[in-house]
Design a protein around this ligand. Structure first.
Ligand code: TXA
Ligand code: MG
Length: 345
């Protein structure tokens, strides 16, 4: 299959790209689309045959449910059941964060096919905040199922090139909307009534942070590992696919002392701010040092650059990527979560 890339570098090209993407969705095909978090691989959420193509293009197991993207806020009520005891909180969250990087897990309406939710009684929903995605979603009109546009278990793509590296030849179309503004997948939450105030359970940390969510309820972090994709234990090895990147092993250090290099191995450092005083930059004669947030260090900047920097480190063919910890606050929580899961592989 030839993968076409639709550019959005002029009004004319954007109009064509939107038309092609909507037409692909309408005819039951998949299309890679830019969102403000990461690129998604979209299909008509109400068409099981189209959704099946997402699973096969990504080599994703069917038990791993997809997020659906609604074209406008009120469409949430067409796909999810919202019980009276959490209705007010849901409205407040949607009014505050949508369109944006917050995904709500709620009981599903029968209209959502089982293939989307992996047979679960719940569905994950968000409204993406990206001008091109928004135009496509609005013109298409229905919900779009879209997981991150990567092969199962590999790095999420934050540029058109990153999608093409993994899915070229496996999907018909990529809409190139430039680099993703947030760079990390959405925060996924579940809402329970609670005694005094609602309980907001964070299933996957992301760009919408604990501090922001605290205004709407008691925030707890799930112990369970919900993002099956990130936790995929043997996924890269399972994928006998020449499009797959090498996926260099990655290890998060808890302290500089915990690093003992093996003779003859090549190591790259994923550094938070690239400063000697943090204790990692001068620890070893690194083959490469990549910095997430140059200068004074900002977790938000590190989040935006994370997958891009990881992808570049992966292309170096070193034996192992060694990561410094980032601060455990704000978006840093999401980065640490990903680094810990990668280390556990
Ligand atoms: O920012 C994002 O969320 C991106 C963009 C494209 O929207 N999408 C994304 O989708 O990250 P995906 O499929 O790569 O990750 C979604 C995760 C799944 O791994 C799954 O664990 C979780 O969401 N999920 C989906 N439905 C769920 C449900 N009903 N209950 C619990 N977790 C669910
Ligand atoms: Mg994913």
């Amino acid at each position: 299959m030839q993968t076409e890339i639709a550019r959005t570098d002029s009004e004319l090209n954007t109009n064509d790209a939107v038309r092609s993407a909507v037409s692909a969705l309408q005819t039951g095909d998949v299309v890679a689309l830019p969102t403000e978090t990461v690129y998604g691989l979209g299909a008509d959420a109400l068409n099981p045959n189209a959704v099946e193509k997402i699973f096969s293009a990504k080599e994703r197991p069917h038990f791993d449910p997809l997020i659906i993207h609604v074209p406008h806020k009120t469409a949430l009520y067409e796909v999810a059941e919202i019980s009276a005891d959490i209705a007010k909180t849901v409205t407040q969250l949607v009014e505050t964060f949508w369109p944006g990087a917050l995904t709500l897990v709620l009981p599903k309406k029968p209209i959502i096919p089982d293939i989307v939710t992996g047979g679960l009684p719940t569905v994950a929903v968000r409204q993406a905040n990206h001008p091109i995605f928004h135009r496509i979603a609005k013109n298409f009109g229905g919900p779009i199922a879209a997981p991150s546009a990567n092969l199962f278990g590999l790095l999420s793509p934050t540029s058109c090139q990153a999608v093409a590296d993994q899915l070229d030849g496996r999907i018909p179309l990529i809409v190139d909307g430039g680099a993703c503004g947030q760079g990390l997948e959405s925060t996924i939450i579940k809402i329970e009534p609670g005694e005094n105030k609602p309980i907001i359970e964070v299933l996957r940390p992301g760009p919408v942070t604990e501090v922001e969510l605290k205004k709407f309820g008691k925030v707890v972090f799930s112990e369970k590992n919900f993002d099956v994709e990130e936790a995929a234990p043997e996924a890269p090895g399972m994928l006998a696919n020449h499009y797959a990147p090498r996926e260099t092993p990655l290890r998060l250090l808890e302290s500089p002392e915990s690093f003992s290099p093996e003779e003859g191995k090549r190591y790259a450092l994923l550094s938070y701010r690239g400063q000697s005083k943090d204790g990692y930059v001068d620890l070893h004669d690194w083959d490469e040092v990549s910095v997430l947030s140059p200068g004074s260090g900002r977790v938000a900047e590190a989040g935006i650059r994370f997958f891009h920097v990881m992808r570049q480190l992966d292309l170096l063919n070193v034996d192992e990527i060694i990561a410094e910890p980032v601060p455990d606050r704000g978006v840093g929580k999401a980065i640490l979560d990903k680094l810990r899961k990668a280390t556990a592989k």
